[in-house]
Write a protein that binds this ligand. Structure first.
Ligand code: IMP
Ligand code: MG
Length: 186
């Protein structure tokens, strides 16, 4: 089998496609056990969760519904602006539903805190959080995810849905972006 060359802007490979898939299948099994007998509403946060959401949902064996929200907290750089804007709302009425919010990464925690508060205020029966990556060093909101794929150190990462200025989302793996690729433009 040929090995895929890393993108030249990637400094280090963090998780290969195979490592991502194995961990996501395990998360799916855990979620399926925890939601046995329920019909959770899986809510993907666009755009970063797109690949994770799709692979995770296929590993969930309980009956589940989908919806999507689009939120933005970054201007166009590597720091959260702190203000979360809902740029596209979901269509499902969440009243009485068991909601599982699915996102690519929890960093400051501001995005997921604000979205989980919103869904609780709309009457969701339960709101849990599932993230592929957790960067706990950067947390400013008092919140933690219920399901975490991998805990990572404080580096800016790209690939598998994660972007820098809308680039690199389509890399099939997760890697650390070379710092010179963003420090010069900030
Ligand atoms: P938070 O509100 O600071 O937790 O940020 C959450 C959002 O910031 C995520 O959904 C990502 O879109 C983005 N983000 C945070 N860290 C990274 C990173 O290392 N690479 C790419 N996007 C990131
Ligand atoms: Mg995001």
């Amino acid at each position: 089998m040929t090995q895929t060359a890393l993108h030249p802007d990637v400094q280090t490979l963090l998780f290969s496609e195979a490592e991502l898939q194995a961990r996501i299948r395990a998360l799916g099994r855990q979620i399926s056990e925890d939601y046995a007998g329920k019909t959770p509403l899986l809510v993907g946060i666009l755009k970063g969760s797109v690949h994770f959401f799709s692979d995770l949902a296929k590993s969930v064996t309980v009956d589940a519904a989908y919806d999507f929200l689009r939120a933005s907290s970054y201007a166009d750089g590597t720091e959260s602006s702190g203000t979360v804007r809902l740029t596209c709302d979901m269509e499902t009425d969440v009243t009485g539903r068991d909601v599982l919010l699915v996102d690519d990464i929890i960093d400051s925690g501001l995005t997921l805190r604000s979205l989980s508060e919103l869904l609780r205020a709309r009457g969701a029966k339960s709101v849990r959080l599932c993230v592929l990556l957790d960067k706990p060093e950067r947390r400013s909101a008092d919140i933690s995810a219920d399901y975490v794929g991998f805990v990572i150190p404080n580096h800016f990462v790209i690939g598998y849905g994660l972007d820098y200025c809308q680039r690199y989302r389509n890399l099939p793996y997760i890697g650390i972006l070379k710092p010179e690729k963003y420090s010069s433009s900030l």
